[in-house]
Design a protein around this ligand. Structure first.
Ligand code: ARG
Length: 494
């Protein structure tokens, strides 16, 4: 090979060790298809601006279609990155007199930034679809468990009765904010840096809006230095993904705990379990454990990105090449985790009786009992809190007489004389009645949960529609790009 990049300025070539150190070819598999699109859009724009001839553009585009068809495997991996390798392949095909014109008014600096943004926006859209599917899985499971009692926890101690539906909607709502954050990140990722060239733009009369529109971007990154040097869009995306993985790790941790013999709240489908190589009885929730573990990959990718970008002077620095693969690592981990969590939730078996039996152990109805004293006997909540606190040292099932005895000590009078009845106590100690009473907005009462589920189902439909719209807008732009390329080729054929 005669190296189209190094043959002018440099006279010695890097050895394998240096090449392995400096090449981005391995990670560039993520942006091969994007690079072909960028080359096509740039070439079409160059032709339209009269910078390259129609016939040259046609030959370049034919070559690019061929390279696209052959795939990344056909490229020469001894080049330092995909951009130069692809250009070298084009020149091989159509000759330097023609192929050597494609890179006019462009640098790999604006090229790579554009490619990363194209791939990342697609990944973010897919991630949004997957988050919506996971939330749908949680909401479906919630709909099946509106009346499934369980103990709610604080400090991992039994706290108050709630329902599984209420618990699952909490996770779904957190993921709904994550989806909104992905959508927000998408809007900043989907911007075109193309035309910034190395950093100072170019004296060629480029039309940046045209390549922006051919590539389906929502707008351009205006300042040409900012365009080539900023990777805040990677940091933002990685940050959003790290947060998603933190949320999934919390769910995964509960799945691990809830699958234990001690809890026995749920059983994962065997698909998501592993067994021991020595203990034949074991069914381990490995998939959930790995999800908890892989959250570290997403957090680590974010930290690596931040650290690489810290203190870089304007404009392009090669350090940025080292930043990019961290975004892909995060994308890969987060997207698969979201998909797998949806399946794990959808297929898990809920041990309804165990959960219900545990819902009132640990005196989870104590708050309702104190509230009942406040409502029936008119005493201050803080006083009721003290009385029930003393009673909590007993069996968690106090009678009216026991209550009166404690009240006598605390208040110097009984609660029965102030209107508290045995019936009220029985009601307060019933976990189902506890839940039915909690019908303030966002509470676990079945009516309120049914309303919440219906509202979320509507939102999910709207979001699905909005994501589809974004996808269609990009697909339409790319169809126009391919049509423009084909038209240029056909014109020459005539
Ligand atoms: N592989 C490089 C990257 O990912 C492409 C840009 C190279 N530019 C340069 N001036 N060496 O950043």
């Amino acid at each position: 090979m005669s190296d189209i990049l190094r043959r002018g300025r440099l006279s010695s070539t890097p050895d394998k060790d240096i090449m392995d150190f400096t090449s981005s070819m391995a990670a560039d598999k993520w942006i091969f298809e994007a690079d072909v699109l960028v080359d096509m859009a740039h070439s079409i724009m160059l032709k339209e601006q009269g910078i390259i001839k129609e016939e040259d553009c046609s030959a370049i585009l034919q070559g690019l279609f061929k390279i696209k068809g052959e795939g990344i495997e056909a490229l020469d991996y001894s080049y330092e990155d995909i951009h130069i390798s692809l250009e070298a392949r084009l020149i091989d095909m159509v000759g330097e007199e023609v192929g050597g014109r494609m890179h006019s008014g462009r640098s790999r600096n604006d090229e790579v930034a554009t490619c990363i943004r194209i791939r990342l926006r697609d990944e973010l859209l897919s991630l949004m679809e997957e988050l919506v599917a996971l939330r749908a899985s949680l909401i479906d499971k919630a709909a099946d468990n509106i009346n499934t009692l369980m103990p709610g926890f604080t400090h991992l101690q039994h706290a108050q009765p709630t329902t599984l539906a209420h618990h699952l909607i909490a996770h779904s709502d957190a993921l709904s904010r994550d989806t909104a954050r992905v959508s927000d990140a998408f809007s900043r990722v989907n911007k075109s840096p193309l035309g910034a060239a190395a950093f100072a733009s170019t004296g060629f009369d480029l039309n940046r809006e045209r390549t922006c529109s051919l590539l389906g971007f929502g707008g351009i990154i205006e300042n040409s230095m900012d365009a080539v040097s900023s990777r805040d869009f990677l940091i933002e995306s990685a940050s959003v993904m790290a947060n998603i993985m933190i949320n999934l790790s919390k769910m995964a941790e509960e799945i691990v705990i809830w699958s234990s013999t001690e809890f026995n709240f749920i059983e994962l489908d065997d698909m998501y379990a592993s067994t021991s190589s020595i203990m034949p009885q074991k069914k381990n929730p490995d998939t959930a454990e790995l999800m908890r573990g892989k959250s570290g990959v997403a957090v680590g990718s974010l930290m690596t990105l931040l650290t690489i970008c810290k203190g870089l002077p304007l404009s392009y620095n090669r350090d940025l090449q080292e930043a990019t693969p961290n975004a892909w690592r995060s994308v890969e981990t987060t997207r698969s985790a979201v998909r797998i969590m949806a399946g794990m939730i959808g297929t898990m078996k809920v041990n309804v009786e165990v959960m219900a039996a545990q819902s009132s152990t640990g005196f989870t109805t104590a708050t309702e009992l104190a509230d009942t004293m406040v409502r029936a006997a008119g005493i201050p909540f803080r006083t009721a809190h003290q009385i029930v606190g003393v009673l909590a040292k007993g069996d968690g099932n106090p009678s009216l007489a026991e209550i009166d005895e404690v009240a006598q000590d605390v208040l110097g009078g009984s609660l029965s004389s102030r209107g508290l009845t045995a019936e009220m106590i029985t009601e307060a100690l019933d976990p189902i009645l506890n839940i039915n009473k909690r019908n303030v907005t966002g509470g676990p009462a079945p009516d309120e949960i049914s309303r919440a589920i219906a509202a979320r189902e509507d939102t999910l439909e709207e979001e699905k529609f909005a994501i589809a719209e974004l996808n269609i807008r990009i697909e339409n732009s790319l169809s126009r790009l391919f049509a423009a390329a084909q038209e240029c080729i056909d014109q020459q054929g005539k």
